[in-house]
Design a protein around this ligand. Structure first.
Ligand code: IPE
Ligand code: IPE
Ligand code: MG
Length: 253
């Protein structure tokens, strides 16, 4: 398996596919993938990074505009310290090994999540990655790291309350746009589809506001097994969904 990002430009996407503008992924099942093979959970996380590379390649090849991946949740602090340290070290290793390729492939990287609780060197790394890719205009890769929707919304409420207390905003002026602009994802379109791997059917505090109208697709594969075949199955499923946004069915042309 390739250990770095190798974008295959030669294969052309299948005609007739409906490509979502924004895909969110709850990358779940690394531990079970490892356990099924008699390996430590850490091996599952390593393979999970390889699956992430595959997913980035696929999104570039198929012309997906935004990819948001859930890589560490605000609730994952409940895990053993060793596992947390390992996941954090993987983020560092991913940046070290893949940043140049991401830049070469015009990928803009943003890390969404709470910066509190991260040590200074990790914060600097995140700022560096964001700055070095800020002018890229290809795939937008959003890494949800130390991310939880409830914490995000709570922080947004605090931010808005401060503006009200400072006399900069009237309560009556607060609308959905005010809230959206106070989220980590300000300016990023909502996900069209949210995929969760490993057969679990819950959202685990991922993009609760932004995913209000996302199509949810649950796949049985554990995240390390996610490949082009799975990706195309998800796109086929997505193409069959009728998105109404509260309206009524629009006659197909
Ligand atoms: C997803 O895989 C990765 C993270 C949550 C960091 P898990 O580590 O949750 O794997 P399972 O769900 O235990 O199999
Ligand atoms: C969700 O997976 C978080 C990430 C994929 C980073 P979890 O494995 O933490 O979710 P639960 O605990 O099964 O809901
Ligand atoms: Mg899990």
């Amino acid at each position: 398996m390739s250990s770095d990002l190798a974008i295959a430009h030669q294969s052309s996407p299948r005609p007739g596919l409906k490509i979502p503008g924004h895909i969110g992924v709850i990358m779940d099942g690394n531990g079970r993938w490892a356990k099924a093979r008699g390996k430590p959970r850490t091996e599952g996380h390593i393979e999970g990074v390889n699956a992430l590379r595959r997913m980035v390649e696929l999104c570039i090849r198929y012309g997906v505009g935004h990819l948001t991946v859930f890589s560490f949740s605000s609730e994952n602090w409940a895990r053993p310290r060793d596992e947390i340290n390992f996941i954090f070290s993987l983020l560092r290793r991913f940046v070290a090994s893949d940043l140049q390729k991401l830049i070469a492939h015009n990928v803009r990287v943003r890390i969404i999540g709470a910066r509190e609780g991260l040590d200074d060197s990790l914060r600097r790394l995140i700022e560096d990655v964001e700055a070095k890719t800020a002018r890229n205009t290809g795939l937008n890769l959003h890494v949800a790291f130390n991310y939880g929707s409830k914490a995000e919304i709570t922080e947004a409420v605090r931010h808005i309350a401060r503006a009200v207390a400072a006399g900069e905003l009237l309560p009556a002026e607060i609308n959905e746009g005010t809230v959206e602009r106070a989220l980590y994802t300000s300016g990023i379109p909502d996900p069209d589809v949210i995929i969760r791997t490993s057969g679990e059917q819950r959202v685990s505090n991922f993009l609760l506001w932004q995913g209000a109208y996302s199509e949810l697709v649950f796949v049985e594969d554990n995240w390390p097994d996610f490949d082009e075949h799975t990706f195309l199955r998800v796109l086929d499923e997505y193409a069959m969904r009728e998105r109404r946004f509260g309206g009524v069915e629009v006659a197909r042309q």
